[in-house]
Design a protein around this ligand. Structure first.
Ligand code: T6T
Length: 328
């Protein structure tokens, strides 16, 4: 009888232990996701990194942030190669050139690492199988940059009374985002503002000092210059500095793409008319979330569009607007 009881107790204990083991949560794999920005020191990508970090913490992901100090494909490719060598589970990247980054990113895919582009794209940016030689990224998470250019055109047209000379201060051809902003800006001007002349675009290679000297040179050739569209953060910052240095505050209107504190701080002074803030934190957050969803067996959208917030001297103190100012 005693022996029977001992046997029963033993089998109960084994059963309980089994239940305890099966009730333990499955040990999930910790995924490593790499984020490669256009460059590391730009408030746009710093803010994107913060959004990505927030999502990584929430999902238990290990985030690797590695980039070059300049927006330059020659510098970005070795960074990408080094990241591929470390074999993360997925790569999020803002490719610095729509063509130059295709082959280097193909190597990531060949190494079995899924790729998602954030902010900028490669190829034609349409990531659906059958759209061409650069349709392998799983998703593209970004602003609608053509629309952003159109918004800039309408704002600048309004600021200059729908007439006069303007130009685009831009980075360099081949970057999907800034190319599309210029395209949207020019198309909108052509379609709706016949009394505005768009002068030749000035390319500054993402250097604010170059953009500032170019503003002064364009002004010297066109003393009646009415406005400028800075198609990204450094273009806008440089153009605004050029206007200030030329003593043309309020006379030459500046519409800025991007919203770092240095630009937003000039909205009230009137040096900058509007700042079109992208939502880089959302781009980073959804980038990590999309990669995680894919890695855990879910399908993901081929495109996630994030919005804009148009910041002016009038709305800049509103907390719902203020939260979109970039961090530096
Ligand atoms: O405007 C952003 C980004 O969207 C673009 O692709 C490159 O320039 C920025 O990083 C601003 O400097």
């Amino acid at each position: 009888m005693m022996r029977h009881f001992a046997k029963l107790a033993a089998s109960f204990l084994v059963g309980a232990a089994l239940i305890a083991v099966t009730a333990l949560p499955a040990v999930a794999k910790t995924f490593t996701i790499a984020l490669i920005p256009g460059l590391t020191t730009d408030p746009f990508y710093i803010t994107m990194h913060q959004g990505a970090e927030t999502a990584a913490k929430a999902l238990g992901v290990n985030l690797m942030f590695q980039g070059a100090p300049e927006f330059n494909s020659t510098l970005q490719v070795p960074v990408l190669d080094a990241v591929i060598a470390r074999h993360p589970d997925a790569i999020l990247i803002a490719p610095t050139d729509a063509t130059q980054l295709i082959a280097p990113l193909q190597k990531a895919v060949e190494a079995g690492i899924p790729v998602i582009t954030v902010d900028t794209y490669i190829g034609n940016g349409r990531y659906q199988t059958g759209f061409g030689n650069a349709d392998f990224p799983l998703s593209y998470i970004a602003s609608d940059n053509v629309l952003g250019g159109e918004i800039a055109a309408r704002a600048l047209a309004k600021a200059i009374g729908e007439k006069g000379k303007v130009y685009v201060s831009n980075v360099k051809p081949g970057i999907s985002t800034t190319d599309q902003r210029e395209q949207g800006f020019k198309e909108e001007m052509k379609a709706h503002f016949p009394n505005i002349t768009v002068l030749d675009t000035q390319f500054n290679n993402d250097d604010a000092n170059t953009a500032a000297s170019q503003l002064q040179a364009v002004l010297a050739r066109n003393p009646d210059l009415a406005g400028v569209f800075g198609a990204n953060l450094f273009s806008a910052l440089g153009a605004a500095n050029g206007v200030k240095a030329a003593g043309k505050l309020g006379k030459v209107k500046v519409v800025a793409f991007d919203a770092p504190p240095a630009i937003v701080g000039e909205l009230k002074s009137g040096l900058v008319t509007i700042a079109i803030a992208q939502h880089p934190a959302e781009i980073g957050w959804f980038g990590v979330a999309a990669a995680f969803a894919h890695l855990t067996g879910n399908s993901i959208p081929v495109n996630i569009g994030t919005g804009f917030t148009v910041i002016t001297g009038q709305n800049v103190d509103d907390p719902d607007i203020k939260k979109f100012i970039y961090h530096d």
